[in-house]
Design a protein around this ligand. Structure first.
Ligand code: PBG
Length: 325
C-alpha cells in the first residue's frame, strides 16, 4: 500500500487545482483605500506606498470610476486636510475634503460602488492623536465620542454608505449609531474597526496622511496590545452589541489567528485590513529583486481570505483586480 499516492492526484493540472480550491479570492472581496488631499492641484505620490497617491478631489473621482470599471466592491476614503487643529474640526466640516470627495464620487458613480469613509480625528488633529487630548496628556474618551458623532453625521450627509470608526474609543459605535439614527440616517451602515492593534505596520499610512504623533507618543492607551487575542473577541462582541453592521480586524497578516477566531465568534461580515506596512514590505523586497512581488501579494491576500475574512481592504486592490479578472 505505501507509499500512498493519493494526495498529489488532485494537484496535477491547473484545472484540477481550480476545481478543488477551498478559497476563492474574487474582485468582489476587495476594498480600495483612497487618499484625498486638500489644497493640491495634482496627485502626489507617497514614496513609502509605491503606486498609491494623495489625490485631488477630481483625480480621486476618476480613480473611483476606474475602480468601478475593474469590478471593485467598495472604496474607503481618507482625508488629508490643509489645516489641522486641536479638536480635528476639519473632520466634520461640511466642506471638508472627505465630504466634498464623497459627494463628488456619488455624483459620478451613483450606487455602482460602496462608498466608505474612515471615521477618525488623527488626520485632522495637530497633535496626531485619534481623539481630544486632555491637559494631563491622556486621550479623553467621552469628549471624543461627541466629535465622532459629528463626523459620522457629516459623512452620512455627504453620501457615505458606510462609516468606519477607527479610533478605538470605548462606546464609539453606540455613539455614532445614536447620532445617525436621531438625524434620520438609519440606512447608513457602520463598519467598526473592532479589533485594531497598536501596530508598527501603520508607518507608511502616517506618511500618506501626514500624521506625526506629538512628543514621540503612540496609540497604546487606546489601540490593542499585539500580544492579545481574547481581548479582540470582547471588542468585537461589544461592537456588534452597540450596532456594528460589519466588524474589522487590523492589521491582517500578523493577525490571521484573530481573523479566524472573530469569523467564528460573530455572524456579521468580517473585514480585514491588509495595512500599509504589509503592502510596502512586499514592494520593498520586490524592488530589491528578492521576491516576486505580484505573486507574494496574491498569496498574502488569498491567505487573509482563507483565514476567514469576507472583505479585504488592501492597497493592492486594483492590481489584484487586474490579475483576478
Ligand atoms: C486611523 C487609521 C490608521 C489606519 C487606518 N485608519 C492609522 C492609525 O491607527 O495610526 C492605518 C491604515 C494602514 O496602515 O494602512 N485613522
Amino acid at each position: 500500500m505505501f507509499p500512498e499516492r493519493r494526495m498529489r492526484r488532485l494537484r496535477r493540472t491547473p484545472a484540477l487545482r481550480r476545481l478543488v480550491a477551498e478559497t476563492r479570492l474574487g474582485v468582489d472581496d476587495l476594498i480600495a483605500p483612497v487618499f484625498v488631499r486638500e489644497g493640491i492641484d495634482a496627485p502626489v505620490p507617497i514614496p513609502s506606498l509605491p503606486g498609491v497617491v494623495q489625490h485631488t478631489v477630481p483625480s480621486a473621482v476618476d480613480e473611483v470610476d476606474r475602480l468601478v470599471g475593474l469590478g471593485i466592491s467598495g472604496v474607503i476614503v481618507f482625508g488629508v486636510p490643509e489645516r489641522k487643529d486641536a479638536t480635528g474640526s476639519g473632520a466634520w466640516d461640511p466642506d471638508g475634503v472627505v465630504q466634498v470627495a464623497l459627494s463628488s464620487m456619488r455624483d459620478r458613480v451613483g450606487d455602482a460602488v460602496v462608498l466608505m469613509a474612515d471615521l477618525c480625528l488623527d488626520e485632522y488633529t495637530d497633535h496626531g492623536h485619534c481623539g481630544l487630548v486632555r491637559a494631563d496628556g491622556a486621550v479623553d474618551n467621552d469628549a471624543t465620542l461627541e466629535c465622532y458623532a459629528r463626523v459620522g453625521l457629516a459623512q452620512a450627509t455627504a453620501g457615505a454608505d458606510v462609516v468606519a470608526p477607527s479610533g478605538m474609543m470605548d462606546g464609539q459605535v453606540a455613539a455614532i449609531r445614536a447620532a445617525l439614527d436621531a438625524a434620520g440616517n438609519t440606512d447608513t451602515a457602520i463598519l467598526a474597526y473592532a479589533a485594531k492593534y497598536a501596530s508598527a505596520l501603520y508607518g507608511p499610512f502616517r506618511d500618506a496622511v501626514d500624521v506625526t504623533i506629538a512628543d514621540g507618543g503612540d496609540r497604546r492607551a487606546y489601540q490593542q496590545d499585539p500580544r492579545n487575542v481574547r481581548e479582540s473577541l470582547t471588542e468585537v462582541r461589544l461592537d456588534v452589541d452597540e450596532g456594528a453592521d460589519l466588524v474589522m480586524v487590523k492589521p491582517a497578516l500578523a493577525y490571521l489567528d484573530v481573523v479566524a477566531r472573530v469569523r467564528d465568534a460573530v455572524d456579521v461580515p468580517v473585514a480585514a485590513y491588509h495595512v500599509s506596512g504589509e503592502y510596502a514590505m512586499v514592494h520593498a523586497a520586490a524592488a530589491n529583486g528578492w521576491i516576486d512581488g505580484p505573486a507574494v501579494m496574491l498569496e498574502h491576500v488569498s491567505a487573509i481570505k482563507r483565514a476567514g475574512a469576507d472583505l479585504i481592504l488592501t492597497y493592492a486592490a486594483a492590481d489584484l483586480a487586474e490579475v483576478l479578472a
